[in-house]
Ligand binder design. Sequence first.
Ligand code: ATP
Length: 469
Amino acid sequence: MKKETLENKRMEEIISLCKRRGFIFQGSEIYGGLGGVYDYGHYGSLLKNNIRDSWTKNMIDAREDVYELDSAIFMQPTAWIASGHVGNFDDPLIECRRCHNRMRADTVLESFGIVADKMPIDFINSELNKLKAEKKLKCTSCGQTDIADAKKFSLMIKSNFGSPTDELKEENVVYLRPETCGGIYLQYKNTIDSLHPKLPFGIAQVGKAFRNEIAARQFVFRTREFEQMEMQYFISKKDTEEKYNMWKDTRMKWYLENGIPQEKLRWYKHEKLAHYASEAYDVEYNFTCFGGFKEVEGIHARGDWDLSQHSKFSGVDLSYFDEETKERFIPHIVETSVGLGRLVLMFLDYAYTEDELGGEKRVYLKFNPKIAPVKIAVFPLLKNKPILVEKAREVYKNLKNEFGSVMFDDNGNIGKRYRRQDEIGTPYCVTVDFETIEKDGMVTVRDRDTGTQERIKIESLSEYFNKKF
Ligand code: ATP
């Protein structure tokens, strides 16, 4: 089988499992779907919440120097002019003249080994022309070679906030935010004035962002509506290197602690930096479903650009007065920025496993228990025996009180339940049977990854799972 086919197959398998087991659905599916928009079902929501909570715990709760914010999606439109988004937040678009398939020119060039990310449109067109001359540039959909020149395509999505839809004039356009950090810069001053933090300190938030992506065909890796988890760390310029490295280490450890092994991760250093930036690295993960490394998170040293721009455009002084040194300056920023949906896909990609158990092929998701949507499932061996159901319900209730995401499952026979829980990625299943009641007060605990089963006393389950988790 060709490499490409393997990758496509894995992506299809993940998409199909996500639909079959209620993780992720195509948005507006009954109307034929809406491109680049996905909805999270029960298990997808639980998984996403666990990833978000792990990030929040690590980035906010476990620290003294990072505060939380939940800013609005809509912002005063001038803020997006100040940030450069209205003028420059675009991707180079190329279109096939025959089938009108739209492609991102920088991604196409990258497939030929040409680094084109954030490069000027002239550079992109001259590289495309070289490929055209060699008849190498082909439509990714129909394969023909008549491709139009690249043009800029704005990623900003406009709304008619406060004005009728048929009067959407430039002067009353309001944007759906393309990133969450904008709200952090705008509330930097209120945070300082209300919480009085000393530098260095950070503001973090999780929220929705919207981008009119040219080619949103990579499941939840790239969507037009998505959630971001971003943190802006305000520092004095002289501390940039030290704090930048501290955040690089902190973020890499987070991936390892959530079960992604080091060999599946690497750093990608940006060679072409924005004029204000001094350092930019991406965390890349080696996706089986794409057949290679792709960006999951960006860590950027952004200088004093953001606060300076907002200070200039709003007319409000956003400088900081350092009581110790008696200096006044605009703080510099180190940012960490990651997409929650992209992380969901990373964890699904890593967890997806096929093997043979008891002579049968099976699929299971080997999630780290920390992020598994369900940690324990409890079954009565037979669902029509009240004595088993009652005991199983009692075990379930106690475990749920202690471990939270515990599920009661009595659908189908035991084999079917194991298969379902394997595909949901539940690390442990607990079965109450006749021996539990009549003989020893013990239940069977089955391990997802090995399929091995142990008999454990009901009273010892709490201790047993506390050790496991
Ligand atoms: P790309 O080059 O993939 O378009 P980017 O470099 O523009 O991404 P940033 O603006 O740095 O991305 O956004 C930070 C993070 O937000 C990304 O690392 C990614 O995890 C997430 N992200 C960005 N765009 C999307 C999207 N359309 N769908 C899902 N996640 C996204």
